[in-house]
Write a protein that binds this ligand. Structure first.
Ligand code: URA
Length: 427
């Protein structure tokens, strides 16, 4: 079948056959179908959508465009977590060693930040020496020794997604549920896992701004993963305000270390423990009281071992910015808003994120000591501390931070952290 016949069929709202989807994806990966035809298919999918069967076929074809780690090569119950991305979301960093300390194996392939949302790989690389680019053999060895390993997508894993994601980024076809689902699951299911928990973020600092969109994405992720024979569940969590009190790469590693030491911000700890419970239950490990592993030092010890296996120095000081500038509140009251999107933009301008995929990031900069919605604040008390190396447009950063915060006269309830949960098979 000629590629343009597939394009015509999808353009006109017909359902594509399994073989047709597979041929298109594999030919595109080999360079036999050019970017312009793949772009046209992505746009047709954006407008026409895909049936659950087509979405599963697309995911399978993208996963099989590269190497798939044989689950038999990794010992134990293998479970992972994926977040759709948010501001201050450092959850994976304490979660993977915590779940490993509880007895499961966590092979985690993470991404970099793009735009205002941070990426686990960039955060880990602020640890001196930490290598995120392990090959398959070293990844498997690290899993055997530490129970967890956190790496980046290798050239071999889901190459169709690598090519297609770059194309979607420049053809306005990123926000399409079948394309997001196949992109996420093709990479995650190539890790050789038995089970996966998805954290679908919802709110101003997330990809999905409305609960209806977050629900549709969560449901399609769960249904597609299930159709592909994996145990999978999802939670929808709030992203109206940043998670925790720090945004920025090394700043978030410090906060993750606090969580591993049984301390740190309440919202991060609550989410880490909720996700750990779900991962352990899905993987069939337990019952285990994950919280005890934060207090007895075993999760922290697992993290330190993993850092060392990745070539990092767990005792080396983290990068620190030249200046730390408290940002004062203009009036007293209660924090009514701490807009995640504006705070993410301020951090991007400070140098914590990238505007283009090949930009360098500054690991030391960002915001810490962020006030949370509902907290009281005095006039001139800091709403946050800005960590700067002096490369930003300060007026713009200051405008973003001051516009991000609202201060009201009366007490305000903090927004809910966990909005909804989706189990396999739930409608
Ligand atoms: N994350 C991915 O890996 N792919 C998408 O399409 C969106 C978020």
């Amino acid at each position: 079948m000629l590629p343009q016949w597939t394009l015509e069929r999808k353009r006109d709202g017909q359902e594509l056959d399994s073989g047709e989807i597979r041929d298109f994806v594999l030919s595109y990966t080999r360079g036999e179908i050019p970017d312009y035809q793949m772009s046209a298919l992505a746009m047709a999918i954006y407008f026409q959508g895909m049936s659950p069967r087509e979405t599963a076929d697309l995911t399978l074809a993208m996963m099989e465009s590269g190497s798939v780690i044989d689950p038999g090569r990794i010992a134990g119950r293998k479970v992972d977590k994926h977040s759709t991305g948010g501001i201050g979301d450092k959850v994976s960093i304490p979660l993977a060693p915590l779940v490993a300390a509880c007895g499961a194996t966590v092979p985690m392939i993470s991404g970099r930040g793009l735009g205002i949302t941070g990426g686990t790989l960039d955060k880990l690389e602020s640890i001196p020496g930490y290598r995120t680019g392990l090959g398959e053999e070293e990844f498997i060895r690290t899993l055997e020794r530490c129970g967890c390993s956190m790496i980046g997508q290798t050239a071999e894993i889901a190459p169709a997604d690598r090519k297609l994601y770059a194309l979607r980024d420049v053809t306005a076809t990123v926000p399409s549920i079948p394309l997001i689902v196949s992109s996420i699951l093709s990479k995650k299911l190539a890790e050789g896992i038995d089970a996966l928990v998805l954290d679908v973020k919802c709110g101003s600092g997330a990809f999905m701004k409305s609960l209806a969109d977050a629900r549709a994405l969560a449901r399609t992720l769960v249904d597609t993963g299930r159709a592909m024979g994996r145990k999978i569940s999802a939670v929808i969590t709030g992203m109206e305000q940043p998670l925790g009190r720090a945004v920025g790469n090394a700043l978030e590693i410090r906060e993750a270390l606090d969580i591993l030491a049984g301390e740190g911000p309440e919202d991060v700890r609550t989410l880490v423990l909720a996700l750990a419970d779900r991962m352990l239950a899905l993987a069939g490990v337990g019952p285990v009281d994950a919280e005890t592993k934060l207090h007895d030092g075993s999760a922290l010890e697992t993290f330190r071992r993993m850092v060392a296996c990745h070539g990092g120095d767990p005792d080396a000081p983290l990068p620190r910015s030249r200046r730390q500038i408290p940002f004062p509140a203009e009036r007293a009251g209660f924090v009514s808003r701490a807009d995640a999107e504006a705070i993410g933009r301020a951090c991007l301008l400070l140098g914590a994120g990238r505007c283009r995929t090949d930009d360098a990031i500054d690991p030391a900069v960002g915001l810490s000591d962020l006030k949370k919605i509902g907290e009281p604040v005095e006039r001139d008390e800091p709403l946050c501390v800005v960590h700067s190396n002096g490369h930003e447009d300060w007026d713009l950063v200051a405008r973003l931070i001051s516009g991000a915060f609202g201060i009201g006269d009366g007490p305000v309830d903090p927004p809910p952290l966990i909005l909804e949960q989706f189990e396999p098979g739930e409608g």
